[in-house]
Design a protein around this ligand. Structure first.
Ligand SMILES: [Fe+2]
Length: 262
């Protein structure tokens, strides 16, 4: 089934503690201008809701009484747990996903419907504007990039095709070099990269990092490095990637690095 235009409107974390969720919230507010919306505590999940103007960001800590199958679906925290789509034809899509035999993490009747997508990362969907209504605040720096890191080239190829065919993402460039595979996709708002790197293929399939595009690249990298974060790339190189407070990766690039792919 071809989907037409479909937007990724949700990104959810699984963080190791409430303090880590708070630390990531503070970092996203301070360096990227993201907005804090509210705190929810239900089903054993503590969630700080934020937005960048496009995404409903959920900084979640799964407590010991959270549903364990869902809590561990993406591996052990800290990690980016899932992405989410707002859809217009929710009933049809629900039937399609249930019939497809993909592994489900939500209870029957629960909305959003959470499942393991081909390639192995977790995704969910809900009827429009489930996520979008939390994301209508303008912020200075919207998230421009999400990257999946999958454990094989085959998984990356299959996952890319799935997001194109089923979720209507637009296929842009496929880049292959020294065994690395990157397929650039876009939903019109963000650059969505499905990647495989032979020197980083241990562990479960991951939503590897988010990315921001900035006008003051050198200055911002310096200020962030001054806070003592662990770097994943060499300072001065593009992209600049580091482990943010709470333990997940953020990437920064000078404009229009990601915009060109959107
Ligand atoms: Fe979610």
């Amino acid at each position: 089934m071809k989907a037409g235009h479909m937007k990724i409107t949700h990104l959810a974390y699984n963080l190791s503690s409430p303090e880590d969720a708070e630390a990531l919230k503070d970092h996203l507010e301070r360096f990227y201008g993201l907005r804090y919306l509210s705190t929810r505590d239900r089903r054993g999940l503590l969630t700080l809701d934020m937005t960048d103007g496009t995404f409903a960001l959920a900084l979640t800590h799964y407590r010991p009484d959270a549903p364990q199958k869902e809590a561990t679906a993406a591996g052990q925290p800290p990690l980016i747990h899932h992405i989410g789509f707002d859809v217009d034809n929710f009933e049809q899509r629900s039937n399609d996903v249930i019939k497809s035999g993909l592994e489900l993490f939500s209870a029957p009747g629960q909305v959003p419907i959470k499942f393991r997508a081909p390639g192995g990362t977790v995704a969910e969907f809900a009827p429009t504007p489930f996520f979008g209504k939390r994301a209508n605040l303008k912020t200075p720096l919207p998230i421009k990039h999400i990257a999946l890191r999958l454990p094989s080239r085959k998984a990356a190829v299959e996952a890319s095709q799935y997001y194109i065919d089923v979720w209507g993402l637009r296929s842009d460039e496929v880049r292959e070099n020294e065994g690395r595979y990157t397929h650039d996709l876009s939903d019109g708002n963000i650059s969505f990269a499905v990647t495989y790197h032979p020197d980083d293929c241990d562990g479960p399939p991951r939503i590897h990092h988010i990315g921001f595009e900035v006008e003051d690249f050198e200055e911002r990298c310096r200020k962030i490095q001054d806070t003592g974060v662990k770097l994943q790339t060499t300072r001065g190189k593009v992209p600049f990637r580091y482990i943010a407070p709470g333990g997940t990766a953020i990437e920064i690039v000078p404009a229009p690095y990601f915009s060109k792919r959107i």
